[in-house]
Design a protein around this ligand. Structure first.
Ligand code: AP5
Length: 214
């Protein structure tokens, strides 16, 4: 059986940062649907071409695109694997469908970790985020700066600002989160598998809390 642990939280809550830090420590694989979609856009695949306009506007990509990606991913994973799902599910329909996709792919959704932070903190985290377009490493101008200004520590590429981290797009992503994604919290609360984490501390403090919860 494959284990799935879902990471929930608003844009900028630190899902990607925490999942990337904890996954290697517990032998899990970090699966970010946002990163998979950005890669598909960059490569110009059919899924990427379909997803681009939704992502640029800060909206949700059609569910069917995500279902294909997730079912292919589950089919390719070995029995016994642990997967950290960062960014999926993102609405109640996706949460229900994940149960079916998991059953068909020999997997089980074990728990959902909710990273809880204030709106002020979300805005500060998104506003200062820098990303490496080459290797995908993430930074923050204040809390997690690279050793050399604007340059990726891991691969030496020039860091960039994510296309959807412009103020107007951030505001829309937060609205989409409240209307479409926040109800997913109730889905896992009802299932009795939700673990709520105060994610307002430093990246290492949050990673320690997440590691204890998984
Ligand atoms: P996605 O990439 O998933 O974006 P998101 O959910 O908006 O989340 P973010 O990546 O912005 O935030 P995060 O919580 O991972 O924060 P991070 O760790 O980077 O999705 C992008 C788009 O793809 C969506 O808008 C949608 O269009 C599409 N999409 C994806 N999945 C989809 C789905 N299932 N259905 C439909 N569409 C989908 O941290 C942010 C910053 O804060 C960083 O700079 C980091 O260094 C810093 N930081 C993190 N933690 C801390 C800390 N504890 N202390 C200080 N700084 C911190």
């Amino acid at each position: 059986m494959k284990r799935i642990i879902v990471f929930l939280g608003a844009p900028g809550a630190g899902k990607g940062t925490a999942a990337a830090a904890v996954a290697p420590k517990v032998g899990a694989r970090h699966v970010s649907t946002g990163a998979m979609l950005r890669d598909a856009v960059a490569r110009g695949t059919p899924a990427g071409l379909e997803a681009k306009s939704y992502m640029d506007a800060g909206g949700l990509v059609p569910d069917a695109v995500l279902y294909r990606m997730v079912s292919e991913l589950l089919a390719g994973e070995k029995d016994g694997a642990t997967l950290f799902f960062d960014g999926f599910p993102r609405n109640e329909a996706q949460a229900a469908e994940l149960e079916s996709l998991a059953a068909a792919g020999g997997a089980k959704v074990e728990s959902a970790i909710l990273l809880d932070v204030s709106r002020e903190t979300l805005l500060a985290r998104l506003g200062g985020r820098r990303v490496c377009p080459k290797c995908g490493a993430g930074y923050h101008v204040q809390s997690l700066p690279p050793k050399k200004d604007g340059i990726c520590d891991a691969c030496g590429a020039q860091l960039t600002i994510r296309a959807d981290d412009q103020p107007a797009t951030i505001a829309h992503r937060l609205e989409v989160y409240e209307s479409a994604t926040a109800p997913v919290i109730g889905f896992y609360e009802k299932a009795g598998t939700l673990r709520r984490i105060d994610a307002s501390g430093s990246a290492s403090e949050v990673a320690a809390l997440v590691q204890a919860a998984v």
